[in-house]
Structure formats: C-alpha cells, structure tokens
Design a protein around this ligand. Structure first.
Ligand code: GAL
Length: 678
C-alpha cells in the first residue's frame, strides 16, 4: 500500500455546490447557511466549462472569480473541478471527433455528459488548455484548497470506439507486442480464424455474433481503457501541479471499472476520493432479502477504496433520494452513512449536493435542501454530523485496524468482468467474506497487488485471502511465497493459477504456478448443482463447499483440513494446508461460504480481534481506528430498532465526553464512537 501524506489536518465536512444553477443573489445566503451548519468546503465547477470558455479560445474568469471572492468573505474553502466531463456544444459541434462511439459504431451526441473520448488529440489539446487557464487564474487563490480532475472517470461509459481510440489501441498493442505474430499468439488468433496480417485489421472489440468475444483481446482492451483514462488524468494532473499552491491537493472521484484506480492514484493524485451512495444497496431489488446488507454493503466498497488510499475523502456523500426508485434516507440514516464513511477511513466528507436542482437530468437526485430551500430534517442531520465531526478530530489520520486482508488486483478484476465463471465465484466469495467479517466483527483491509507492491504491504497482515487469482504471474507468486516464508498465512480458493497474463489457461496441472505453494494437484472440478450441495467435514463439523468444487490431491507434506462428504467425492480433500518457511498456504477447493471463512479465520487465529473491548450483535458494525497508541471504536447500527453493545473496557464517548463501560444502547440508525482506555 502506498502511504499518502495526510490531506486533512482535521475532520472536514464539505458539500457539492453548483453556483451556475442558482441566481447569484442566492449564493451569499447559501454559503452563510452552509457555514452555520458547520460545512467548511464546497466543491464547484466540474461541469461548467461553458462559463469559463463560452466560445472557442475566449476565456472569462469573472463567474468563478466572483464566487471565490464571496467564498473569501464567508471563509469557505473551495475544491475546483476541471470541467472535462462535459465539453460544451460549440466544441462537440466543431470537433465531432472528440465524441465517443459505442461498440456498435453509434456516435454519442451532445446532450448529456461523458460523451467524449480520452484519446482524441483535439480533445486532449482543448482539455489541456482549459485546465491550464483555470489553474493559472485560480490556483493561487487563497480559498482554493484542492482540485478534482474531471468527474467520475469511466462512470457509466467505460468503452471507447472512436477513430482516435482505434488508433490509440493499435499503438498500445504495438508497444506491448512489437509484432503482429506476437499479438496473434497472445490473442490465440488461430482460434476461429482471427489471425491478423495488417495492423489496420486490429480494432477494439466490436460487436460479434453470439457474444463470442475473444477473451484475450477483451482483457487487453480493458487494460487499454485503463491506460487511456490514466493518461488523460495524468495530463491534467501535470498541468495542475505546475500551478497548485504547496499543500493543495489533486484528486479525482471514483470508483469505476476498467480503471486501475490504485495505479492512477499512485501515479497522478495526492489523494483519492470516493462517491458513496449507500441507498444503491437498498435499491437493487424489491425483494429485501436479495441484498441482505443493503446500505451496510457500502462498507465493502469503502474498504476497497481504503486499500487504494488509506486516508481518502468522500467527494459525494448521499444526502437525499436518488433517481433510482429507492427509499429516501430515513431519519438518522444520512448521518449513519456519513459516519460509515468516516469509520472506514474518510477524514473528509462532502455531501452531494447542497440543494436539489429543479431542472435538468438530475431533478430527482435530491440534495440536502429540497427545491423550496427551507430548513429541513436533512440539514439538521448534516449539522449534527458536523458537530460530531468536530468531536472526532482526534481520529483524523487514524488507521483502520484489520484482522486480515483480502488481496485483489486489476488483471483479475478485469477478468472477473469478462469471464462468467470468474464472475460467479468472485462475486459470491467477496460477498460471503464480507458477511463473515461483518457478522464476526473481524474487519479486513483490501490490498491491491501489482508489480510495485512491496512485501511490507503484505506482511502487515497475519492472514491474506486471495480468493480466486485466476490470473497469476511468476513475479506475484514470488511475492506471495516471500510473504508465506516470513510467517504469513496465505489462503487461496478455487481456480487459483488457472491463467497466464494473456488470459490463456495454463497447460500444467492446476493450481499452475501456485502448486509449489499449495502442495496440491487438481484432477477433477465441477460447478455445484444447487440441488445437490457440496459439503465437507472439518474436524467432524459439516461445512458447505459452495458454487465450484475442486478435488485436491495433496502432495507429501500437505495436510488435509477438510474432506468432501457428498456427491461421490466423500473422503477426497477439500481444504488443505502446506507449511513453508515460517508460514503456510491454505488451499480451499471451492468458493468461500461464510461458515467456511469463519472456520478459516478461527483456524488462523484472527477471528474476533476486538473481543476484549466490545461485544456486539451481528446487526451492529464494529470498526476500530488507531493512532499514536489511541484506539477509537466505531459502532454503527443499520437497523430501524435500537441495538445494544457491551463495552468490556472503560471508554469515553467522543460525541459527549461521557465515560462509560458496560451496556450502551444505540438508537435506530444510531452511531457511537468511543476512545478505549488503554
Ligand atoms: C454522481 C455524479 C454526480 C451526480 C450524482 C447524482 O455519480 O458524480 O455528478 O450525477 O452522481 O447523485
């Protein structure tokens, strides 16, 4: 994990504001009301290109200049967005080559946002110019504290097929492979007669019959899209860097697919920010049981974000009902969700948005204030949150304490979007590992693995679960081996080691390059038939082996922890353990069901890490952040009913300074943060 400098010296609350949506006369009152609520930062400008460059090459700086002057008067700090997610109509009309094109060759037209492509030389030139103009004029302004590049790179649109993208894809491939022979080999082009004899025949994956896409071409294409987005981001960051005052930060808000966010953050940003909309978890289906975690599931995404940048910010924190047909945040939920972000590592929370816009495509995306601007419950909750944030200042910069880590990497994340087998086991295991961790009060961190990951990023954890590394290369295996040798417990699941970096299935026995670590061999494997569930016996107890099952053959020196007990495989190895150096590798021949994860964590000795501090029901999320020997315990109640936790140590409530021990009641959707006495 890369260590980023702390961007926020104290807990900070902001809000997204669109001065261009409101008559100027409203600005002053709006800023005054924000300040009165405890908000100290506004993010502005990310869709307002036209206000700065109304005609090609004609720049006006009065609009944001006036707004910034008012901010100076009101002591409101500002994060400025670069407006490149919405090119103006004059631009797209004059230079249609900047527009993006779908896989089917249809050009996206002006009228929404994110209709541009990252690779058009013209677009890059015009973006560079507007960014530079903004930076020259505003970077020195005392109220400007940070810059947001574009808005939600790859959100909604993460495929690009314009002519510029075709050319850039070819250049990317030439650079990677050098020759068409090498490309043909990597893409397995001999299959279905795809052999290319001229670079001009090579395209981003266009529509093909029966969705029979070439998986290797698709994998390279995902990497290419990521590369394009990162280049686009870096171009802007390099310009901003020239002008930004020392201490001002450069960020972008995420996070979306086909983008290596960890690499982008490392290479282009000072800090990563995330947009958190927990009600998406509520909206997925009318059937409440379909997503048992609902809003609580956001803790999973926030954990992934923390793996990118340990002290991230929230650029957009949901504050009202969204366009999706989902319920409005119930009384208490707005504050609960914002506190969830802080518990997971955010030291800055900016709400989306100050007031709902009465016009435009987002007139149902609700902000803190409704169309009528009256004081309301949401504003009261924001004020209460701001007050709590002041009390949480000692937590600023504190690290989250994790019982173990889940390993992820960009190649496998791409593969899991493209390969239906991978998608199925990965989605299942991620959800279930989260379930076991949440209900068992054993939080985890995400470690994003890539060629630059230092061993120390792994050895920070006693246990790593790398659920399904379908794709693996010798360099990563070497790193994992070093981790195990120095005393770590590495746990891998089914289909580990199946593919090489081109996405070809390996022809040696599975788990391929990982065999040396696991000391296993796989001769039989199958998807589970839900009507005939797979089970195994671990120390006499039945445990489910869900979704996909591999029959493991242990080599000498590999111990069997659990054996299959069903479907004709009774007695065969299902979970094994192989010692190496001071550590061990556990091989799970399946996906990770929650009861299995519980057993694995118990076996590895990392379950219930906070049992000496607190006892809590499953319904309450428990998180610990630590700094300079001080421990801060977050208790979050996602239920409509009150919940009780029992503090086993003496603790001080940060919200009201009361010293407590024993039973503490959390109101419906209530939160509490305690400093635990050492
Ligand atoms: C975000 C986006 C905002 C706004 C918001 C709606 O994804 O960054 O611009 O569209 O969703 O809630």
């Amino acid at each position: 994990m890369t260590e980023y400098p702390l961007q926020w010296k104290q807990m900070t609350v902001g809000v997204c504001y669109y001065p261009e949506h409101w008559p100027r006369e409203m600005w002053e009152t709006d800023l005054a009301r924000m300040k009165a609520a405890g908000i100290s930062v506004v993010r502005v400008g990310e869709f307002a290109w036209n206000l700065v460059e109304p005609e090609e090459g004609v720049f006006r700086f009065d609009f944001f200049g006036d707004f910034l002057s008012l901010c100076a008067e009101k002591d409101m700090r500002v994060i400025l967005g670069t407006p490149t997610a919405t090119p103006p109509a004059w631009l797209t009309e004059k230079y249609p080559e900047v527009l993006n094109v779908t896989r089917d060759g249809v050009t996206y037209r002006h009228g929404a946002r994110r209709h541009y492509n990252y690779n058009s030389p013209k677009y890059r030139e015009l973006c560079a110019r507007i960014v530079e103009q903004l930076a020259v004029h505003y970077a020195g302004h005392p109220m400007v504290v940070g810059w947001q590049i574009d808005n939600e790179l790859n959100c909604g649109v993460d495929e690009f097929h314009s002519e510029a993208d075709q050319a850039a894809f070819r250049a990317f491939l030439r650079d990677k492979y050098g020759t068409l022979e090498a490309l043909n080999r990597a893409w397995g082009a001999v299959f279905w007669n795809q052999t290319y004899t001229d670079w001009a025949q090579v395209y981003p994956p266009r529509r093909v019959p029966m969705d029979g896409y070439n998986p290797h071409q698709m994998l390279d294409y995902s990497r290419f899209v990521s590369e394009s987005a990162i280049r686009f981001c870096r171009m802007q960051a390099d310009i901003l860097l020239k002008y930004a005052k020392p201490g001002d930060f450069i960020t972008t808000n995420g996070m979306f697919g086909n983008l290596d966010n960890a690499r982008m953050t490392r290479e282009c940003l000072d800090v990563y920010t995330y947009d958190s909309y927990p009600s998406f978890g509520e909206a997925q289906s009318g059937d409440a049981s379909a997503n048992e975690f609902r809003d609580r599931e956001s803790s999973r995404y926030l954990t992934d974000v923390r793996g990118i940048c340990p002290h991230f910010g929230i650029m957009e924190q949901e504050s009202g009902m969204t366009l999706l047909p989902a319920p409005a945040p119930k009384p208490g939920q707005l504050e609960l969700w914002a506190t969830q972000s802080v518990a997971q590592g955010a030291d800055f929370v900016s709400f989306f948005r100050w007031r709902t816009c009465p016009f435009g495509a987002e007139y149902y995306w609700h902000g803190i204030l409704d169309y009528d601007s009256r004081d309301n419950r949401k504003l009261r909750e924001v004020s209460a949150f701001c007050e709590h944030m002041r009390a949480l200042d000692p937590v600023c910069g504190a690290k989250s304490a994790a019982a173990f880590a889940v390993v992820k990497d960009f190649d496998n994340a791409c593969d899991a979007r493209l390969d239906s087998w991978h998608a199925k086991v990965q989605a299942f295991s991620e959800r279930e590992i989260f379930a076991a961790s949440q209900y068992g009060h054993a939080p985890y961190d995400t470690v994003w693995l890539d060629g630059e990951t230092p061993l120390a990023a792994l050895t920070a954890y006693p246990v790593l679960i790398y659920p399904h590394p379908f794709i693996i290369d010798p360099q990563r295996v070497e790193l994992l081996e070093a981790y195990v040798r120095q005393g770590g417990t590495l746990i891998v699941g089914c289909r580990a080691g199946l593919k090489d970096m081109d996405g070809h299935c390996v022809t040696r026995p599975l788990p391929g390059l990982l065999s040396g670590l696991t000391g296993t061999d796989i001769r039989e494997f199958t998807f589970e038939d839900a009507r005939e569930p797979f089970t195994a016996l671990w120390n006499g107890e039945v445990v489910r082996m869900p979704v996909f099952d591999e029959i493991l053959t242990p080599a000498e020196g590999t111990q069997v922890l659990a054996r299959y007990a069903s479907n004709g495989y009774a007695g065969e190895a299902a979970v094994t353990e192989r010692p190496l150096g001071r550590g061990r590798t556990i091989h799970v021949g399946g996906a990770f069901g929650r009861d299995l994860v519980k057993k694995l964590l118990a076996h590895a000795g990392v379950c219930e890490p906070f049992r000496d501090i607190v006892e809590a029901p499953e319904a309450v999320e428990i998180v610990l952040r630590e700094k300079d020997g001080r421990r801060f315990l977050f208790c979050l109640n996602y239920q409509a009913t009150k919940q009780e936790v029992r503090l086993k140590a003496t603790a001080t409530s940060l919200y009201d300074g009361k010293c407590l021990t024993g039973r503490v009641v959390l109101p419906p959707y209530g939160t509490a943060v305690f400093e635990i006495e050492n």
